[in-house]
Write a protein that binds this ligand. Structure first.
Ligand code: 5GP
Ligand code: MN
Length: 360
């Protein structure tokens, strides 16, 4: 049994260290077991971002080097700007390749769950994971992990990214010599994504040391920035222009800005998975704005993203009002209600935070 230590440092509203009992065993117990080949599944949250995909594929290449039979399964599709990652072409999309994915899960010995804290983040895969006979392993940096479903695990909100945690896992297992160009590229992309290209407070000395070691081993980091950030189609920029002109609401009294995107907007600009990545950050560049919210009328749900600078706790806000969660300064949520209803609800719940927001 390990104790999950969370809250320190990043929980600026409480500034407390709190303890949460867990049933997970330490992942260091896996180290001696790595040598025996097994059938391994690696999965991550729906609509994987660079950290979700990068950590999964980084671990994929590492485990393959021991002769394990490894399959990465994504609960949904992903942005095209992740396709360059080595091994991405072997990843199964649960939505479109369900039969193969189900068979792999049922035959597996171990299931690594990366970059999410609760099985519900894998959407339609959740019941299958829950009932799988395989042993489940959590490696994640989100708050409030669902510890009871994992045999082994580590949850550390102090970590910049799950990709950094995979690096730690590899180094602590005593096999740092197996880190090759594939692993470095995948893990670099993940850490870059989750640290806002190394600008957030989570980009610690440890993160820079990891990158320094990658650079010494020949990592071409500029290429990775270009593959992720300079790889969009023109329509995405036209869409951003439209949204910033017509869908941005700045509430200066509360230092809050809100962007909403309708189904028609998504259709008109042919917006695909990944095209809205980073959109929520634009309003945070406006002088004085400390909290940004983005609402998208996506498929059957309305999807929220929240970002803050400083002491506004997005995780608690998303959890309390929009059925979500995440990190202190970056969280998300979802709702079955209409776009209009969500906008109304957002404006109403903001009133509960007037004192905090006005005096930022
Ligand atoms: P994003 O706004 O980029 O979708 O997500 C920001 C952070 O919040 C990510 O760490 C993501 O995992 C988390 N997050 C996003 N949507 C949800 C959600 O619906 N539920 C929970 N629990 N976390 C979410
Ligand atoms: Mn992450």
């Amino acid at each position: 049994m390990i104790i999950y230590l969370g809250g320190k440092g990043k929980d600026q509203s409480l500034n407390l260290t709190y303890f949460c009992a867990s049933f997970m065993q330490s992942i260091s117990q896996l180290f001696p077991l790595l040598q025996e080949p097994r059938k391994v599944i690696i999965t991550t949250h729906q609509k994987p971002d660079p950290d979700a995909m990068g950590s999964s594929l980084g671990l994929y290449h590492f485990l393959q080097s021991f002769g394990h039979e490894v399959q990465v399964i994504s609960p949904t599709n992903w942005a095209a700007f992740l396709d360059w990652m080595p091994g991405c072409d072997k990843v199964l999309d649960f939505e479109t390749q369900q039969q193969a994915a189900v068979a792999s899960i049922q035959q597996s010995d171990w299931i690594f769950c990366l970059d999410f804290n609760a099985l519900s983040r894998t959407k339609k895969m959740a019941p299958l994971l829950e009932n799988a006979k395989a042993k489940k392993i959590l490696i994640d940096h989100h708050r409030e992990p669902q510890t009871t479903v994992f045999e082994w695990g580590i949850s550390d909100i102090e970590k910049s990214s799950t990709s950094e945690m995979i690096y730690d896992f590899i180094v602590q297992s005593g096999h740092a010599d197996r880190i090759n160009d594939f692993i470095m590229s995948c893990l670099y992309a993940g850490v870059m994504g989750d640290t806002g290209s190394f600008r957030f407070a989570s980009a610690t000395a440890g993160v820079h040391e990891m990158i320094a070691s990658f650079k010494r081993n020949g990592l071409q980091h500029t290429r990775i920035h270009e593959l992720i950030y300079d790889n969009y189609l023109e329509n995405r920029y036209r869409f951003i222009g439209h949204v910033l002109s017509h869908r941005l609401e700045v509430i200066y009294e509360l230092n809050v800005a809100l962007i909403w995107v309708s189904k028609q907007d998504l259709l008109k600009f042919q917006i695909k998975t990944g095209d809205t990545e980073g959109l929520v950050n634009y309003p945070l560049g406006i002088q004085g704005i400390k909290v940004a919210a983005l609402l998208i009328d996506r498929d059957e749900k309305r999807k929220w993203s929240f970002r803050s600078k400083g002491t506004f706790d997005c995780n608690t806000f998303a959890r309390r009002h929009f059925n979500g969660g995440g990190h202190f300064n970056a969280a998300g949520g979802e709702s079955d209600e209409s776009l209009e209803q969500n906008l109304k609800q957002f404006r109403t719940v903001l009133l509960e935070y007037v004192e905090q927001l006005r005096n930022y």
